[in-house]
Design a binder for this molecule. Sequence first.
Ligand SMILES: Cc1ncc(COP(=O)(O)O)c(C=O)c1O
Length: 284
Amino acid sequence: VVKSLINGHVTDVIDVSNRGLAYGDGLFETIRVIDKSPVWLGQHLARLRRGCDRLQLNLDETLLRAEISSLCQTSDAVNHPVADQDVADQVLKVIITRGAGGRGYRPDPRQGVERILQLSSYVADPNSSQQGIALFTCKTRLARQPLLAGLKHLNRLEQVLAAAELPIDCREGLMQDTAGLVIEGTRSNVFFVIAGQLCTPSLAQAGIDGVLREWLCDVMSVQIRQIGSAEIDAAQEIFVGNSVFGIYPVTSVHGVNGAITPFQVGEMTRACQAQLHQATGIIG
Ligand SMILES: Cc1ncc(COP(=O)(O)O)c(C=O)c1O
């Protein structure tokens, strides 16, 4: 079931000249909603604000908050009645674009931004949280672009190409940047325990500064540094995480040469999952 609001109106129709569609001129957030309440909403909106500042988008955050709350709280805006089992677990996608119109790349500073909200049911995958997943090393590399690094902008072709590489038995892909540094998963951030220390790659040049990553860096001692691909084999534990599915332990890494390296699900991974569950209700 998908419910959509565009600029506060119940509709799922957008103008074909929308710059988000034409140029990827915009940003998005994907937010877990548990019992009608968006998890880490403040952090998601903060990242959106950083993106709007960078792209010079004039977002009315108060209005956006009101629309999010009305979409999550009321069922008045629902075209199709939501079955009970769908209500507990949902995912909210917020897309902000520079709006419709104009010809050519040059943005018009007077143009109003478009707020596209979609709420759909979410099916959790407790098996991946408990048993862990296989991580595939993708050939597709992330471009280094400090101007856009960290932001969740609408240009995600690198992730589309990387996700297309994934074999059926690998739930996530590991991405490096064009300099060969490990950056993140195709839809998650990545964490390693190396020599007993929890660490995660620096995202100064590429990658999305994840809300789960930000939270984890707050509650645990996490070292943020450059991580080379040669260090992966030396890791005692690996896990991937995002704000929707939570944390999936990695039980094997499939290398580009076809070699498969096994990993144990360790104490650090389980401790992070336990903290996450306590703080948000997200299992995994
Ligand atoms: C490429 C990429 N990196 C990282 C993340 C994690 O972001 P968050 O924790 O905000 O969900 C995502 C989430 O979708 C992603 O697509």
